[in-house]
Design a protein around this ligand. Structure first.
Ligand SMILES: Cc1cc2nc3c(=O)[nH]c(=O)nc-3n(C[C@H](O)[C@H](O)[C@H](O)COP(=O)(O)OP(=O)(O)OC[C@H]3O[C@@H](n4cnc5c(N)ncnc54)[C@H](O)[C@@H]3O)c2cc1C
Length: 372
């Protein structure tokens, strides 16, 4: 999130310093999965429209960055397969197929939610899970998380007004004076700060607005694995009951993810990941002997109410927040960052994003009384 905000600021001619306590991509964004999954095409809302627009525009945004840097984000609109193991799911899927014909058909570029017959893609998917059929959507895509963070990093380094400070942690922000204090004791002045510390955002917010009755951003642990298998790179993302199988370039296949609200070890993997790997091998027999080349765990930032938290902090107009992307950050971050930085540059603070995304809304949900 922070990388996209920094890039957007640089493109608009701002002087940007990015402060990162460890290294670029050291947080949840440096994981393995990178699935870009659209919401269901039914009951269309402004949030679904925002995500649709973002999933469409990401392709062009990444292509631009790749052309600028000569690097690859490992992006591909592969589409997605969703096996339908039970007959009652077929009617629902057919409804979505009809919905997609209108809401996914915008700007002259239609995307589809096709209902396919039982046993579809038996070359790939175990036919036992497609007994009632399979959905094939053409909007979903995937990106390499590390490819994308590397691309953004490289693009930022090309900007003359960008500076990067790594290896030091922001301890407090003084919104009135406009400075941050770092762990090293160093202080840095800012005109406007964007707080995009992922799952660690809560602690910094606490320092600014004090503890609230409920937490605004909570960490949700996720575990994932990377396998080496000879799947072609155009293989669709496959999703079944919370299990994602995401084929990447170079025969790498990511599998995820657990979703753990309670955990003792944030960054280690355990039997829950082994269970997911076993399920993936059952779902895709081609993975049965594929060696695991990496196991990884990270913390997703989940904002209260589940929606991202994006905008200026009420009563602290020099500090903006950009977090809470939870499980869908990769497909939205560029659009949220653009809306936020636009609001900072125009000075009116209006992001144009759905009202549920505003910090004011999240603070209210967390029990803060309205000021004034
Ligand atoms: C297992 C797993 C699988 C996932 N799969 C997907 C997926 O398929 N698709 C998808 O869209 N999303 C997925 N997500 C979610 C996605 O990874 C996150 O929502 C997203 O990366 C969050 O980005 P962020 O920039 O908000 O946070 P982060 O990427 O965590 O970035 C925050 C950065 O701030 C730094 N930082 C924190 N505190 C401080 C401080 N005080 N001072 C300085 N620096 C600080 C951290 O070091 C970190 O680099 C997954 C997450 C997990 C864990």
């Amino acid at each position: 999130m922070g990388l996209w905000a920094a890039l957007n600021g640089c493109r608009r001619g701002l002087s940007v310093m990015l402060i990162e306590e460890r290294a670029i991509g050291a947080g949840a964004s440096g994981g393995l999965l990178g699935a870009l999954m659209p919401h269901m095409p039914d009951r269309w809302t402004d949030k679904k429209q925002l995500q649709f627009d973002a999933l469409v525009s990401l392709e062009t945004d990444i292509a631009r960055l790749e052309a600028e840097t000569g690097l690859s984000a490992g992006y591909r609109r592969t589409g997605r397969l969703i096996p339908l193991p039970k007959p009652h799911l077929v009617d629902l899927a057919r409804g979505h197929e009809r919905d997609a014909l209108s809401v996914w058909n915008q700007k002259g570029r239609p995307f589809f939610w096709h209902c396919r017959e039982p046993g579809y893609r038996a070359d790939l998917i175990n036919p036992e899970v497609t007994l009632a059929g399979c959905v094939e959507d053409t909007l979903a895509a995937r990106v390499s998380p590390r490819g994308l963070t590397g691309l953004l990093h490289a693009a930022l380094l090309r900007h003359p007004h960008f500076s990067l400070l790594t290896g030091d942690r922001v301890v407090t922000l003084d919104a009135d004076k406009g400075n941050v204090r770092l762990e090293s004791g160093r202080q840095i002045a800012f005109g406007q700060a964007v707080l995009a510390a992922g799952a660690a955002t809560e602690a910094l917010l606490d320092g600014l607005i004090g503890p609230l009755p409920k937490k605004i951003v909570v960490p949700v642990k996720g575990q994932a694995a990377l396998l080496q298998a000879s799947l072609p790179p155009e293989t669709p993302v496959i999703y079944l009951d919370g299990l994602y199988v995401v084929p990447h370039e170079g025969g790498e296949v990511a599998i995820g993810s657990t979703s753990e609200n309670v955990f003792a070890e944030p960054f280690s993997t355990d039997h829950q990941l082994e269970r997911l790997i076993a399920s993936a091998r059952m779902l895709l027999p081609l993975l049965s002997d594929a060696p695991v080349i990496e196991r990884w765990a990270g913390l997703r930032p989940k904002a209260i109410g589940r929606d991202p938290m994006v905008g200026l902090l009420p009563d602290h107009p020099r500090v903006a927040v950009l977090t809470g992307g939870f499980k869908v950050s990769f497909g939205l971050a560029h659009a949220l960052a653009e809306a936020l930085v636009g609001a900072l540059v125009t000075g009116d603070g209006k992001t144009g994003l759905p009202a549920q995304f505003s910090p004011e809304h999240h603070l209210f949900e967390a029990g803060m009384k309205k000021s004034g």
